[in-house]
Design a protein around this ligand. Structure first.
Ligand SMILES: NC(=O)c1ccc[n+]([C@@H]2O[C@H](COP(=O)([O-])OP(=O)(O)OC[C@H]3O[C@@H](n4cnc5c(N)ncnc54)[C@H](O)[C@@H]3O)[C@@H](O)[C@H]2O)c1
Length: 353
């Protein structure tokens, strides 16, 4: 099979994680690294040299005009996800678009339409679906381990963890930690629980702490272009009700006066429960005793970019059905946008279709 010829747009922090996959596949002869693009062209040049891409562009449209590119990764700020993805699909390229798929439901629907018209693969970067912990919990869920799913709790809380730069600028990001980290965990729980649809939500957001760039002695994930501007929420909390009866509680923060940051994914059903993160544990009743089960697995990773990129290339080659479809991205944007609307209005929001 001919190698898939790759372009990548947005040569910032997360593009390096995509290279964990593409570099391995290039060594295996499954992909060819053709062109890199960034509006900061010198950055793209240095990046292309580091990873062995032949060509460099400062404008994605010029890169997409090349006939020797089959597939691209979109690793830009969120505001460029929908336009670049749609341009690429129309130019006949397959697309792996980073999360969140878009900034609005309308943009996500336009991406879905462009995918349909193009006949190409559009995959969304829900990387947590490729963790081994997700594989195991999904297998247990399919075998009926949970019974009826009652409740899920998701959280990514940070005391001083705003990634700064465009992440904190709502015009470029579309939102704060609810959009940035919420997409990962809301999607993961939907993926593990049979993809229920949301029917209503209630949320509150708070923006009265800020990015805390004065704080010393802590490391944080950062945009390659950090700055002090901040108009996104520091903290979002809420509840979502789904059509399978499940209720989900959420807490996502960049800045919150907590003792310690935390990541949590918990699922509770009528027959069993699971702590998916931070440490995989399954809970159930056996022979009239309550037991906690710790699975024996090598490398129980929660984030596996190599597996994500391998799956994308398998989809492009027609060897696999795309796991991360834009339909899930549309559903996610419905939930997140409804939560922001609830926070704005102070009321429960019904999620209509
Ligand atoms: N999957 C994950 O776990 C994960 C983690 C972090 C970030 N992300 C996502 O990855 C994306 C990028 O985040 P990052 O941390 O790498 O940001 P970053 O600021 O480090 O890098 C973004 C790069 O995109 C470039 N860019 C912006 N608009 C562009 C355009 N129109 N055309 C070409 N280049 C453009 C910027 O110049 C910059 O170099 C975001 O959508 C973010 O949500 C995903």
């Amino acid at each position: 099979m001919c190698p898939i010829r790759i372009g990548l747009v947005g040569t910032g922090s997360i593009s390096e994680a995509h290279m964990e996959g593409y570099s391995v596949l290039a060594r295996e002869g499954k992909v060819e690294l053709v062109a890199a693009c960034d509006i900061n062209r010198p950055r793209a040049e240095a990046w292309a040299k580091k990873f062995g891409f032949r060509e460099v562009y400062g404008d994605h449209k010029e890169m997409l005009a090349r006939s020797d590119i089959d597939a691209i990764s979109v690793c830009t700020w969120n505001n460029a996800h929908a336009p670049i993805t749609i341009d690429a699909l129309r130019a006949g390229k397959h697309v792996l678009c980073e999360k969140p798929p878009a900034m609005t439901v309308e943009q996500a629907l336009a991406m879905q339409e462009a995918e349909k018209e193009s006949g190409k693969v559009l995959m969304i970067g829900f990387v947590r679906r490729f963790g081994r912990n997700a594989d195991l919990v999904l297998d247990f869920a399919k075998a009926g381990f949970f019974g009826e799913i009652n409740f899920a709790k998701v959280a990514v809380t940070r005391r001083c963890g705003c990634p700064l730069g465009w992440f904190a600028n709502s015009k470029l990001s579309g939102g704060g930690p609810l959009l940035d980290n919420g997409v990962h965990l809301i999607d993961l729980v939907r993926y593990l629980t049979g993809k229920p649809k949301a029917v209503s939500c209630f949320a509150s957001t708070y923006n009265n702490i800020g990015s805390r760039t004065n704080v010393k002695g802590v490391d944080r994930y950062m945009s390659v272009d950090p700055s002090d501007f901040n108009d996104v929420e520091d903290l979002a909390v809420g509840m979502v009700k789904f059509d399978n009866g499940m209720t989900m509680s959420l807490e996502f923060s960049y800045s919150e006066e907590i003792e310690q940051g935390h990541i949590g994914v918990e699922i509770y059903g009528s027959k069993g429960g699971a702590v998916v993160e931070p440490h995989l544990t399954l809970m159930t009743e056996m022979h009239d005793y309550m037991v906690n089960i710790t699975p024996q697995m090598d490398h129980v990773n929660d984030v596996n970019f190599e597996a994500e990129i391998r799956h994308f290339i398998a989809c492009v080659n027609g060897e696999a059905e795309c796991r991360n479809r834009i339909e899930d991205g549309v559903e996610l944007m419905r939930i997140i946008c409804a939560m922001y609307e609830s926070a704005r209005t102070g009321h429960e929001v019904l999620i209509a279709r």
